[in-house]
Design a protein around this ligand. Structure first.
Ligand code: PHE
Length: 342
């Protein structure tokens, strides 16, 4: 068969194969088979070598024209098929705007932060301003400045996490009293919310860290009556009703006299129940009149100024308010527990 005939035959083969190539994949293989380096067109080109000098340009042009023609056929089909394939895929992928969306679960404020924030709001409305103190502090601010003499047994009341040198994790928010008195001239009316740390065995009732709000007021003529009134107003606002308070003598080195404050049980209203261990009262915070030694250490004249202070545990408040059986639940991050405090 002459080369001219073979060129014609190749066109026919190609057209036939093209008509049978239904997918983009088929067409890609067809391209390689005909136009690749080892493809049929290239094979014809190689045969030009055996032609005469006169034939070569004519036949060469025929092969080239064939290549151009077939390539354009092939590309047209490829474009059409690819378009069809895309359409099919898009049809399958249609978006149904009537389907309901997937609900995102939103986080909530932790119950401790809820109570803390409410307490802070109330106290701010009563004229206090917030001052934050360091969680890691020196012995001076946590103990010595608060009239805990070195080696005094009162230090053992608070199992301390000691850091290196003079440093420790504060055992109470009372350290802010000393910082505030050093930095602010009386009158001082400050609340100090924050974390405290104690090296205790973790159990249902106690944890190695917890939150307190410290509050204190230093001015001329601050009296016990002011402490009483402030506490009563605060509890009523926080718990939403008038609650009876009871003050019991207690000992803290930085107050004199020192007190523990009880509330009429919020659950049984004093009749006696499991929550108040049948006493009718709930212990909620330590308080007292700031010790003259503390004022003196902070260069405030105790003959001119007096002040009161209290410190209350927030976990304890939350436990009382929601009848939570175990303090560890606050830190277990169980969404089933946390989601109950919307
Ligand atoms: N800081 C004391 C404690 O952690 C509480 C307290 C604060 C007592 C202020 C009296 C005055 O137990």
């Amino acid at each position: 068969m002459s080369l001219t005939d073979r060129i014609g035959q190749l066109r026919e083969f190609f057209i036939q194969e093209l008509s049978q190539s239904g997918t983009a994949k088929d067409l890609e293989s067809l391209k390689i088979k005909y136009f690749g380096k080892k493809g049929s067109i290239q094979a014809l080109m190689l045969e030009l070598k055996s032609c005469t000098k006169d034939e070569r340009p004519v036949l060469g042009k025929m092969i080239n024209d064939l290549k151009v023609e077939l390539t354009s056929h092939c590309e047209n089909s490829l474009a059409r098929v690819k378009g069809e394939e895309l359409n099919k895929r898009l049809l399958k992928e249609v978006i149904d705007p009537t389907l309901p969306g997937r609900r995102q679960s939103l986080g909530r404020k932790h119950p401790i932060m809820q109570i803390l924030d409410r307490a802070i709001d109330i106290l701010i409305s009563m004229g206090f301003s917030v001052k934050l103190g360091p969680n890691a502090d020196t012995d001076y601010y946590n103990f010595e400045g608060l009239n805990f003499p070195p080696d005094h047994p009162a230090r053992d009341m608070q199992d301390t996490f000691y850091l290196s040198g003079d440093w420790l994790l504060r055992t109470h928010t009372s350290n802010v009293q000393v910082h505030a008195m050093e930095e602010i001239e009386p009158p001082i009316r400050v609340i100090a919310p924050g974390r405290c740390f104690r090296n205790e065995t973790i159990s249902a009732r106690s944890h190695v860290f917890f939150h307190q709000i410290e509050g204190f007021y230093i001015d001329r003529n601050v009296s016990f009556a002011d402490l009483f009134a402030t506490m009563e107003e605060f509890w009523s606002k926080l718990l939403g009703e008038k609650v009876e308070t009871r003050f019991r003598p207690s000992y803290f080195p930085f107050v004199e006299p020192g007190l523990e404050v009880d509330l009429r049980c919020t659950s049984c209203r004093g009749k006696g129940c499991r929550l108040c261990k049948q006493t009718g009262w709930l212990e909620v915070c330590g308080a007292g009149m700031i010790h003259p030694n503390v004022l003196k250490k902070c260069k405030i004249d105790p003959d001119e100024y007096s002040g009161y202070a209290w410190g209350m545990g927030i976990e304890r408040l939350a436990i009382l308010q929601h009848a939570i059986p175990d303090i560890r639940m606050f830190t277990q991050n169980d969404a089933r527990f946390l989601s109950q405090f919307a």
